[in-house]
Design a protein around this ligand. Sequence first.
Ligand code: C2O
Ligand code: CU
Ligand code: CU
Length: 529
Amino acid sequence: MISRRRFLGRAGALATALALESSPIPAAIIPAPLALDPTKLAPYVDPLPLPEILRSTGLRALPSDPSVKLPVYRVAMHELQQKIHRDLPPTRLWGFNGASPGPIFETKSGQGILVEWANELPLQHILPVDHNLHGAERSQPEVRCVIHVHGGRTPPQSDGYPEDWVVPGKSLLYHYPNQQEAALLFYHDHTMGINRLNIYAGLQGLFLIRDQTEAALNLPSGPHEIPLLLCDRSLLTDGQLDYPVSPDPKAPWVPEVYGNAILANGKLFPYLDVEPRLYRLRVMNGSNARFLRLSVGNLLPFDLIGSDQGFLAAPATVKRVLLAPAERTDILVDFSAHAGEKLILKSDSFDILQFRVAPAASTPARSTKPTTLRPIARIPESQAVRTRRLTLDEMLSGIQESMGMTLNNTPWHMPITEKPVLNTTEIWEFVNLTEDAHPIHLHLVRFQLLDRRPFDAFTFQDKGELHFYGPPAGPSPDETGWKDTIRCEPGHVTRIIIPFEGFAGRYVWHCHILEHEANDMMRPYHVIA
Ligand code: C2O
Ligand code: CU
Ligand code: CU
């Protein structure tokens, strides 16, 4: 009973308590941990952890061409105990090489690497698996993993296809050519039917690609460049993760998970000592479903310099930046006028991290705020050989409860319908018929946002025709560069233009709200050679 309660999270604990009332054991013997109210914890008592930079363990021959030797890294996934806050007991998490989030890859554009992803996880999941979901049937092993580098231009055999998972004791050797521009990518589990649980348990980390353009910009670096993986979680008073479940113990899937604690590099309310100078923050939203809207201090203006797939053309000064799950931002925050102050990084009303600005800088500032970053040619629409209209749909039960969502009304296991040709450009227009915003991500490629336009969903559902309510709106400042994940607002048609470059083969596209992706907002697609 005790382990079952833990597996089912808070709703499970309730169900167990109810079951116990009618059993001969008095319920009071097993005190159920309660939901933790994070605002009761002392803020800013732990320093912000900075994940280690991974080191290669040597050179290894590329399996497909043994004459090529590449740096190899070994990354093992296993269960660990980690302190999320000074005043909480350690939390059971899944991580990489001893930490969650995992260590950071720091790679060079054009320098390929090999990674051995070793599954050393236990045989039982620590979160509630829903066996009704596609790919997570009872006939499947409970613990499985496969890692995908999000934003990577990766050959299909190494992309972490959701069905390419391995069980504990097995590993995968993946090849990342890194033939792409400087950007903050990230790696995470992608296992069919359970990646929302594997990621919530901790299986994600950052992956940097550096290049010459970046080096020439003289941006803040070393201790002045701060990687920040943010994600929301719910915790119990015993420090353990709480992953919500539906009231039906046989079908625990819920349509979205929102935690009430936002972790920065795995800590709740950490602080970071900074100097009164320019800093570069590399931020990624690793939440399952929560959109973050970040601001610093009392709406201190900062400079956006990059997004998912690297630099914008030029910096843009803003006071807030919106990040859907899986989106990244690259920002320059200038603390030089704030010596001695304490500034909070927030997402709307959530406090995340406290910057403690020292009274003086230890060395003179050498980095500068650039005025231009890199040229980004806008792709003309005329370059597209084809436009695909794809709907985002929600299936509701009679009582208006979500039973799942799909892409183009087509579940995962149906034959592949999107088959772009390698080295051609297409426009994909996402017709959002749901009431949610969906961050849609395509593997392999980078793309540009054309526009979003409000339309009448009723006419569309009735007659299949698009009737627009207003003019199209172009990208916001953070969306003017290359993207790999795009926010599709409800009631809007969102259009992106995509050059299919790199490799032919089978990939996936999906919503990056992980609960949506699992049921059933993910589709394979095939790049045809
Ligand atoms: Cu973050 Cu399918 O990826
Ligand atoms: Cu991806
Ligand atoms: Cu979605």
